[in-house]
Design a protein around this ligand. Sequence first.
Ligand code: SF4
Length: 499
Amino acid sequence: MTTAAAGSARTYQVRTYGCQMNVHDSERISGLLEEAGYVRAPQADDTPDVVVFNTCAVRENADNRLYGNLGHLRPVKDSHPGMQIAVGGCLAQKDRGDIVRRAPWVDVVFGTHNIGALPVLLERARHNAAAEVEILESLDVFPSTLPTRRESTYAGWVSISVGCNNTCTFCIVPALRGKEKDRRPGDVLSEVRALVDEGVLEVTLLGQNVNSYGVEFGDRYAFGKLLRACGDIDGLERVRFTSPHPKDFTDDVIAAMAETPNVCHSLHMPLQSGSDDVLRAMRRSYRSDRYLGIIEKVRAAMPDAAITTDIIVGFPGETEADFQRTLDVVREARFSSAFTFQYSKRPGTPAASMDAQLPKQVVQERYERLIASVEEISWAENKRLVGETVEVLVAVGEGRKDGRTGRMSGRARDGRLVHFDAAELAGQIRPGDIVHTTVTYAAPHHLNADGAPLTHRRTRAGDAAEAGRSPRTPGVLLGLPTIGAPAAAPAPTTGCAAH
Ligand code: SF4
């Protein structure tokens, strides 16, 4: 493949690292570029005209990985005149001009607050034949006002807030994403309605701390109200959210979850540590009894709720006794799954310079014990579902063995991954359709349903998947430069441990 000939549309590719925020930002980057006349490069194309790296600064070695990838691209760019490389996301916000100093073949660096400027910066860099670096200190416009090219026909992310007012000592997010900015409920609901109008069945409300939603406009019950308002949207079958914060979690949110039929009974609530001393050192202002209290109330209101979490092992100063407290909470909370992380220094965070960093082998050994405990519990929790009927929203290609086994996969309402036997309805079930099926086997990380589905419902999302359409939300942009031909039909194509 070669870069676009003069007159034809320039092609682009976005490479995404990190959390759901970044995945959703990449949908905006794609929407913006397509609005400006670029077309998505076919997957096998290794020489698109524009390559955008949407980076993450949370993971250890994120910068080595970025510079390694940029290094690989250098000879490709040298042999394809006109190719442009742009770097955005959290690492760009953090490293700024250093990126073009270390990799002078990069054309554009943009930050987390000015995604909307990307097409202009690409054009300016082309015109001036010089790198453009533009980083803003705070949000220009709420990013949901940008055009968005959605990756899924059946499920969509909707941002309710960006940024975070907390100061967890291991986290770089507040430094890179800024203070919390809340979007107006009416704007959130319009975007949800627009997605549902396009056939989307499931929406995930997205914020660094959804429970503090409303802090900016003075309504601490705004999140529960938003969930209830989602319940009034016809055609919206599943509402999820991520991430809640135990500090700000209020009972009305539990009531809204329990009383709003389309809100899924699944809760991903980061624990991070079961030790109150470690939570204090992390500057997380809840304690383990508060955390467990929320879980108790959630289970009392929704006995079928699946609760998942994030846990960091080996935070500086963590003792064996602290770690045992984490294991105690894990046993008591009975998580249906947990994302477990070994603490690693993230440059720019307070925890990175704390004394008492733990030796790697201590962290590793605790990590292995934690995983064993988490898996034992999640397996036992999954086994309780054998014999139950579950509703599955069929997904695109989750589960690599599906092709060989005649199975398809999807998520149950509680978020569990289900592989189900689709042989009898081969070719009829599409991603985005809904099936009911009976669980026959449980593994620690998924369920199998090996009998024929009990029901299959064709949906508009399934029709869209079959037709190769993906939803777009237009945004309100003025004065964008456009290039080349208009966008052609789209081709079809995840978490951050920040909390
Ligand atoms: S971990 Fe989550 S709550 Fe804490 S500062 Fe980071 S984004 Fe905010």
